[in-house]
Design a protein around this ligand. Structure first.
Ligand code: PMP
Length: 433
């Protein structure tokens, strides 16, 4: 049946029929209604073109409407849209093999497909508790890991934690935020805080430590060099497994490697992924070392749509496209060029306190004063509105909502960099920077 595209009708229906929990997340004063996407661009219902610097919240990894993904999905939908994991199908099995092959050599990696990142995080926590027999989990402050009881419980940002009695046995260590972290620059005090958190707020024996190699919703906070490897040692000394949440930093987003954790040369025990894995088709996965996953045998754990052949066909095509189009190199080269342009804007606008990130995980943090680093939250809101008027989709992130986060699809081009820089420049000046 027909769809009513008029703005008022969409707002009205949404307000009337969406639950409050789903209505809450509207970033712009006037909602952005999206109609179409192609490559790194989206169009609103009036035909206005915007550069999608969010990849629709990182789900569009290799570009909107990529012909290879469309073909793979279409082929699979037409043949067999679904079979549950009770029945065998070659597509998810191939995809599991291909994902395992992206992990560090010398270990046996196994895969459990889920429907989302949240589910994958929940499963990773269960796996770690089962494998170790310990309950305590240490996560980082300023983290985001998902929406269910389990995944919310390890999320270290108050805005995402509902007062519903979240899980016990979760502790938080300070994130090594080099711009405004609790202990300033360097990694040693943060590693000490991790040790102290284990010593003073857990039973001393861990199930796991959980880390995003680059914190996403926290405002693009990359783990500084050396942090992951030393944190892993501390977690392992306490008997814990090392879980990395690659939901944002995976699939070449950092421009350095396929996975964010590779930048520090570590080998995790459990890797959680979602979003970019299916280029917008809902899918998540836990990739774990075989010996860590094995103790969960014997009881059913069943996601009806996990290992769905359509989603897995999309996933296989994503891996192929990344390889064929050398999108890792593109993220590194174009990301570096974009970061350079953002750094030039920092020279022009004192409001920009920090430009950070790598590859296609970039952010600018806005402050009223570069010395006190007082967050410029209101100015960020104004500038954020302007970015949209100037043809950009970015997000407002960070605990103080003073960070503009850019995590574009891997196909953003050099030509786009000029447009992004000019639009950002205009938005900053129009927003009163
Ligand atoms: N981990 C991270 C780092 C995320 O950014 C997200 C989603 N924003 C999740 C987990 C949860 O994934 P999902 O929304 O697919 O459940």
């Amino acid at each position: 049946s027909d769809v009513d595209w008029s703005t008022d009708a969409i707002i009205e229906r949404r307000d009337r029929y969406y639950a409050a929990s789903q209505r809450a997340f509207v970033p712009y004063e006037k909602p952005l209604i999206l109609k179409e996407g192609k490559g790194q661009y989206v169009w609103d219902e009036l035909g206005n073109k915007l550069i999608d610097l969010l990849g629709m919240n990182l789900c569009i990894s290799v570009g909107h409407a990529h012909p290879k993904i469309i073909a793979a999905v279409q082929r699979q939908v037409e043949t067999l849209t679904h079979c549950t994991t009770m029945f065998h199908h070659p597509v998810p099995a191939h995809f599991a093999e291909e994902l395992a092959a992206t992990m560090p050599k010398g270990h046996d990696w196994v895969v459990h497909f889920t429907n989302s990142g949240t589910e994958a995080i929940d499963l990773a926590l269960m796996m770690a508790r089962t494998a170790t027999g310990n309950a305590d989990i240490v996560a980082l402050r300023n983290s985001y890991h998902g929406a269910t009881f389990g995944a919310q419980s390890v999320t270290g940002i108050a805005n995402f934690r509902h007062p519903v009695g979240l899980l016990n046995h979760i502790s938080f260590a300070a994130e090594p935020n080099q711009y405004r972290g609790a202990f300033g620059e360097g990694i040693d005090p943060y590693l000490q805080d991790l040790r102290d958190t284990i010593a003073y707020t857990t039973g001393g024996s861990l199930a796991a430590g959980l880390i995003e190699p680059v914190q996403g919703y926290g405002g693009i906070i990359p783990m500084p060099p050396g942090y992951l490897s030393q944190a892993f040692e501390i977690i392992r000394e306490a008997g814990g497994l090392c879980i990395v949440d690659e939901v944002q930093s995976g699939f070449c987003k950092t421009g350095e490697n396929m996975w964010g954790f590779e930048s520090d040369g570590v080998v995790p025990d459990i890797v959680v992924m979602a979003k970019g894995i299916g280029n917008g088709i809902p899918l998540g996965a836990v990739v774990a070392r075989k010996e860590v996953a094995e103790p969960m045998a014997g009881k059913f754990l069943f996601h009806t749509y996990g290992a769905n052949p359509v989603a897995c066909a999309a996933g296989r095509a994503v891996l192929e496209v990344i390889e064929e189009e050398d999108l890792l190199t593109n993220a590194r080269v174009v990301g570096a060029a974009l970061k350079q342009r953002l750094l030039e804007l920092k020279d022009k606008y004192p409001l920009i306190g920090d430009v950070r990130g790598k590859g296609f995980m970039l952010a600018i943090e806005l402050v009223k004063d570069r010395v006190t680093k007082e967050p410029a939250t209101e100015a960020t809101a104004r500038i954020f509105e302007k970015t949209r008027e100037n043809g950009l989709v970015v997000s407002k992130s960070g605990n103080y909502k003073n960070v503009l986060r850019m995590v574009p699809p891997l196909c953003l081009s050099m030509d786009d960099v000029d447009d992004v820089a000019e639009s950002m420049d205009k938005s900053l000046s129009q927003g009163g920077a």
